[in-house]
Design a protein. Structure first.
Length: 319
């Protein structure tokens, strides 16, 4: 397989899809990407996204190569593009970014400010998966919002059969208190479960706090020690995942790993998992600012006891 950023000879039509966002954004876009794959036989589909997501993106079977991209920064030289697809946002910046490639046609939501009036209208209340499925379907690419599963990762899990506790989140508003994650971790350890705690390198202090407060062995702290490939394998091979509204939650969905998900300011109707028995969502029913600097009041209404109870149900149901 080509590495991210590798120049690949294109012999058929070229489709370039912009979704230069994070892990959860990639995974919620999978059904739309697969619809594009089915609807463009013989085309080369390039995803403009962070380079680190390349192997996971290609594992969907819908992406041939990844053009390294970060947010709305200017794109690297992409070569001729027959069709540009905006799975990044509603414009005008993302529309103009794709327009700068001079594609033969562009699939995007309507944005008069960017001069694109032919696409469907944006619905701010729509679920993220359904949104992009509706977009590509409007252009004739029938998409199935349930088409979220990924094949098992090739790498072995660093902790097969463990319960994975992931306390981090992109913004403080979505971070449930470390002490509550620790209470859940301790309770599951006391039930005889092997518990590991994950986090990005910048979340090492948070993960260590959970591990120490829960009284777990230091080896349970996997923060900063799992790249995306190892993290995917860890989640795919886990007994249970406990986390907030993060990309790890979407990995649990992709691998059908049982999960207990703590939703804070954003309702699960916008970013939650599909209606499956494996995934239990806790949400107090209150909305807030997902980019806030303090834990969302609604998220704080969820107690450690509720999460422990949900985890027990998930483990029992999926034993």
């Amino acid at each position: 397989m080509p590495l991210a950023g590798t120049v690949v000879a294109v012999t058929g039509p070229r489709v370039l899809v912009l979704r230069a966002l994070g892990l959860g954004d990639l995974l919620t876009g999978v059904p739309a990407l697969r619809a594009l794959r089915r609807g463009t036989p013989g085309a080369r589909i390039t995803l403009a996204a962070p380079a680190a997501l390349g192997p996971l993106a290609r594992s969907t079977g819908a992406v041939d190569d990844v053009l390294p991209a970060d947010g709305l920064a200017p794109l690297p030289r992409a070569g001729p593009v027959d069709t540009a697809v905006n799975l990044h946002g509603r414009g005008p910046q993302s529309h103009r970014l794709l327009g700068s490639l001079r594609p033969g046609r562009m699939l995007a939501f309507a944005c008069a400010e960017a001069g694109h009036t032919g696409g469907p209208r944006w619905d701010p209340a729509e679920h993220e998966v359904a949104r992009w499925c509706r977009l590509v379907s409007a252009y004739g690419f029938g998409a199935d919002p349930a088409d979220l599963d990924l094949p098992a990762p090739p790498a072995p899990s660093p902790a097969p059969g463990a319960v994975v506790v992931h306390p981090g989140a992109a913004f403080p508003a979505r971070r449930w208190p470390a002490e509550r994650f620790a209470a859940v971790a301790a309770a599951l350890r006391d039930r005889g479960e092997r518990v590991v705690v994950t986090g990005a390198p910048g979340e090492a202090a948070l993960a260590r706090r959970v591990v120490e407060t829960a009284g777990l062995d230091a080896a349970a702290d996997l923060s900063g020690r799992t790249g995306l490939a190892e993290l995917a394998a860890l989640v795919a091979g886990a007994r249970l995942v406990v986390c907030g509204d993060t990309g790890v939650a979407h990995l649990a969905t992709a691998y059908r790993t049982p999960s207990v998900l703590l939703f804070g300011p954003t309702p699960p109707a916008r970013w939650g998992p599909p209606d499956r028995a494996e995934h239990l969502v806790l949400w107090a029913g209150r909305r807030g600012d997902p980019h806030g600097r303090d834990p969302d009041p609604g998220l704080l209404e969820i107690s450690a006891g509720q999460a422990v109870e949900a985890a027990g149900k998930a483990l029992t149901a999926n034993r």
